[in-house]
Design a protein around this ligand. Structure first.
Ligand code: XMP
Length: 646
């Protein structure tokens, strides 16, 4: 990422003096991934980091001087179309750099275009294809002549630029040989060794490309000459040195929610500075899970932390800040600001107001908040609200995990001796239940009503072949479509169908019906309504209140207990429980949504199937809570639905 913060600049400078024997402190070789907005950008970075080469996601408009420090550049895929000249406003001086550049999909077409090749809209290739390698090249070292690769494109390079040669063509019928090339796309892999330019029409970063890892490794090591020095133990050593340098003789004040990131961050700070110089503040913002604050404090105490461990019950401050707010972005910013306000007050009270503020921010937090120009602000993470961003610019914030993905944070935590139970905890967002308690001003009127009617009509047509009823739900949620933020309506499905049938119907609806970004499946409306009659769903005015939060806490507690009881903590990445102010068939109360997902990085996700018996137990427990009007399960992939509803 091109990060202009003083923090990142300091990080960059920190890697100089070296111990060549261990690699600690060596100046790491680096790869830049130019982010053209493709959905696999993070995957490219993650895969190369696994090869122990430092990789950063960079804005395509970054000044050329910032791009000089990389040993190689990868141009990502993009939703833009090269044939239309879309997305062509990037730093073209990269082509003057004497470093290898590898283009993937859109990036491949851009390289060809830049050097005078022809790109045309051709037959689409989507999914697995067979790559026939037609020339020997180090980038395919050790690989057989035929390779299974993953394609997703409509444009192709139809004429090579001068100086380039074809390394391979693709056959979209994987199973049959195609000697005449009838089903093939030419130029699926191209190269100019003289110019150091390489292009793959396919995606080596996705698992569907069988030996994509080998190809990426050959590119970064054989072609870019990167040394594989970037490991978690080195990262720890570097960060310890960095934390010591940044904090001087001063103290560091960490906001510790008790989640994986902030706990690993706490451990790293203590490792670097010792307990005396690290103040931990746990804030009960009133948006925590049931019994969570007590458990967090106990855990830190068990490390032997006492004097510098602080706790404040600030639930009133947060509730006040949230009163009258219903818009997701406004709620997030209010929560982020309240954190800083409470934190400053505590620092003042404790006489440590000059301490650096530390946060457990990780890499996707900054990227998702719009860390690169191409990445739309899907949601403002609580640790990136404008107030914090200004403090970061002023050099007052320390974020030692800001270069890491979740899996790397877990690895680092294990290295620091944290136990597997803690490291295996599900991610929990900083704004906590605040983003799982949806709010509304009033019932939709006029335009929204006719939109809801249209959505119900169109969704019904898609659902009927599956024997399901469909109706628009009257409250919007946040999602992400074509890499852009989407604030749209969910659809409720109801009726007897297999899990696969429900998922299929849902995907037809959120792909095919405009204005829909999510589907839920009814798990019981709790009032004995005849299944034949579509339920009446009515939104009512509701804000963030302690009563609503307490109800959500109870429902969430049942869900998390159930997931633990059924041994699903590891399989399920995360399972938010969400409360919607929606009456069902006139029954006043919250419509509760379960959102179990399978994921590995939270950048994409699939709905998780819960065991039938667990669903039956949850139905009984949750519907018996006073103030609940119904229960359903979110069956949406990400994209288009995000994991959280706000
Ligand atoms: P979405 O909802 O965007 O979430 O699919 C992706 C991952 O990020 C978590 N999340 C947050 N974490 N502060 C955080 O620390 C936030 O403001 C925030 N919003 C979402 C979410 O729980 C999921 O793991």
């Amino acid at each position: 990422m091109t990060d202009t913060s003083s923090e990142a600049a300091a990080l960059g400078r920190s890697q100089s003096a070296s111990d060549p024997a261990t690699g600690v402190g060596v100046e790491h070789d680096r790869i830049a991934v130019l982010d053209f907005g493709g959905q696999y950008v993070h995957l490219i970075a993650t895969k190369i980091r696994r090869l122990r080469v430092r990789t950063e996601i960079v804005d395509p408009l970054a000044p050329i001087d910032e791009l000089r420090r990389y040993n190689g550049i990868i141009l990502s895929g993009s939703p833009a179309l090269s044939t239309l000249g879309e997305g062509s406003d990037y730093t073209h001086e990269i082509y003057d750099l004497p470093v290898p550049i590898l283009g993937l999909c859109y990036g491949h077409q851009e390289i060809a275009r830049h050097y005078g090749g022809t790109i045309e809209h051709t037959r689409r290739e989507y999914g697995p294809a067979r790559l026939r390698i037609v020339a020997e090249h180090p980038i395919f070292a050790g690989l057989d002549r035929d390779q299974i690769v993953w394609m997703s494109h409509g444009d192709s390079v139809t004429k090579l630029p001068a100086g380039f040669v074809e390394l391979g063509y693709s056959m979209h019928r994987v199973e049959e040989d195609d000697p005449e090339g009838r089903h093939s796309h030419r130029n699926a892999a191209i190269v100019s060794d003289e110019l150091l330019r390489y292009g793959f029409q396919f995606h080596p970063e996705v698992d569907g490309t069988e030996h994509g890892d080998v190809m990426l490794e050959s590119f970064v090591t054989r072609i870019c000459g990167c040394r594989q020095t970037w490991t978690i133990p080195h990262y720890v050593e570097e960060q310890v040195a960095h934390i010591r340098r940044r904090s001087g003789d001063g103290k560091v004040f960490l906001l510790a929610s008790g989640g994986v990131d902030s706990t690993v961050c706490a451990r790293l700070l203590v490792e670097a500075l010792g307990q005396e110089r690290v103040h931990l503040l746990h804030i009960d913002n009133g948006l925590m899970r049931k019994g969570e604050s007590r458990a967090v404090i106990e855990r830190f105490r068990s490390w032997g932390l006492t004097e510098n461990l602080h706790f404040v019950d600030a639930s009133e401050t947060f509730l006040k800040a949230l009163a009258d707010l219903v818009e997701p972005e406004e709620k997030r910013v209010a929560i982020g600001n309240a954190f800083i306000e409470v934190c400053h007050a505590e620092m003042e009270r404790l006489g440590v107001s000059r301490a650096l503020l530390a946060q457990g921010t990780i890499y996707p937090d900054t990227i998702e908040t719009g860390g690169t120009r191409r990445a739309d602000v899907i949601k403002t993470h609580h640790n990136r609200v404008p107030l914090v961003a200004a403090m970061v610019r002023a050099g007052k914030v320390l974020e030692p995990l800001q270069d890491l993905y979740k899996t790397e944070v877990r690895e680092l935590g294990a290295l620091l001796g944290l136990d597997a139970d803690l490291l295996g905890r599900h991610p929990f967002p900083g704004p906590g239940l605040g983003v799982r308690l949806l709010c509304s001003r009033a019932e939709p009127t006029g335009e929204s009503l006719s939109e809801l009617e249209r959505i119900t009509r169109e969704a019904q047509a898609q659902a009927a072949p599956y024997g399901l009823q469909a109706m628009a739900m009257p409250i919007r949620s946040v999602g992400v479509k074509a890499d852009l933020r989407a604030y749209e309506w969910p659809v409720m499905l109801r009726g007897e169908a297999s899990w696969d049938g429900v998922l299929e119907a849902a995907s037809h609806i959120y792909r095919g019906v405009d204005g829909v970004n999510r589907c839920c499946y009814d798990l019981g409306m709790g009032n004995g309504a005849a299944p034949a009659a579509p339920p009446r769903l009515e939104v009512f005015a509701a804000g963030v209140t302690r009563e609503r939060l307490d109800l959500l806490r109870e429902a969430d507690h049942f869900v998390m207990e159930g997931i633990r009881r059924y041994g699903l903590m590891e399989t399920i990445w995360q399972c938010p429980t969400v409360a919607l102010p929606v009456r069902v068939n006139g029954r006043v109360g919250e419509l509760i949504v379960l959102r179990p997902v399978l994921s590995s990085r939270a950048m994409t996700a699939r709905p998780a199937h819960l065991p039938v018996q667990l669903v039956a137990e949850l139905r009984e427990q949750i519907l018996a809570l006073p103030g609940v009007s119904g229960l359903c399960i979110d069956v949406t992939t990400k994209p288009p639905g995000t994991i959280e509803w706000e």
